[in-house]
Design a protein around this ligand. Structure first.
Ligand SMILES: Cc1cc2nc3c(=O)[nH]c(=O)nc-3n(C[C@H](O)[C@H](O)[C@H](O)COP(=O)(O)O)c2cc1C
Length: 185
């Protein structure tokens, strides 16, 4: 079993990205992982915008990253890249905050024109933070995510299948790491 931090970088109060992450959290939990959720929008804006590394909320968020074996990073695509809110937190983390960790990058967006935003924008930022492994990510079109009146999330079949596959690959990579750590201990 691994500890996973699932981070949504959307500023939206009704974020489809955050809902999608919480949906995938359930799959990871069912596979035996412990999942901690972090919505960057809940962190104090003055700390994020004022580069207040010592703010207790930033210190707590940094500790969550340190605790995790694996990190899911979810962001809406804004202006052909990741959301600035996500970057405002990543900028406050230690340079190698992802050292030794397995990372799953996910994005949601309105246009397939920006399907590569994960690879050309997000992946280099994550790679600079020293992860052991960035597993294949997935871009989900916002129209493929629907939320029912009762709050139930439905993902269009093609996207749901692809998301399940990348989540399972991430989970398997974590399992491998946990096994290696156990063997080393
Ligand atoms: C300010 C803004 C800029 C956006 N820019 C893009 C974009 O460049 N490319 C794209 O595919 N979608 C773009 N979108 C659409 C969002 O990425 C998409 O609706 C996403 O699923 C929103 O996620 P959220 O509900 O988690 O915030 C933009 C949306 C907003 C509000």
């Amino acid at each position: 079993m691994a500890t996973v931090l699932s981070v949504s970088g959307s500023p939206s109060a009704t974020s489809g990205t955050a809902r999608l992450l919480r949906h995938l959290d359930e799959r990871l939990i069912a596979q035996g992982h412990e999942v901690m959720a972090l919505d960057v929008r809940t962190l104090p804006a003055e700390a994020l915008l004022g580069a207040d590394f010592a703010h207790p909320a930033i210190v707590r968020a940094t500790a969550l990253f340190a605790q995790a074996d694996g990190v899911v990073i979810g962001t809406p695509v804004y202006k052909a890249a990741y959301a600035g809110l996500l970057k405002s937190l990543l900028d406050l983390l230690p340079q190698y905050a992802l050292a030794g960790k397995t990372v799953l990058p996910l994005a949601t967006g309105g246009s397939t024109a920006h399907v590569l935003a994960i690879d050309y924008a997000l992946r280099p930022v994550l790679a600079s933070m020293g992860p052991a492994h960035v597993t294949p990510g997935w871009f989900t079109l916002d129209k493929d995510i629907t939320v029912g009146e009762d709050g139930t999330l439905t993902v269009a079949p093609g996207s749901a299948e692809a998301l399940a596959q990348v989540t399972d690959r991430f989970s398997a990579a974590l399992g491998g790491r946990t096994t290696l750590l156990a063997a080393a201990g």
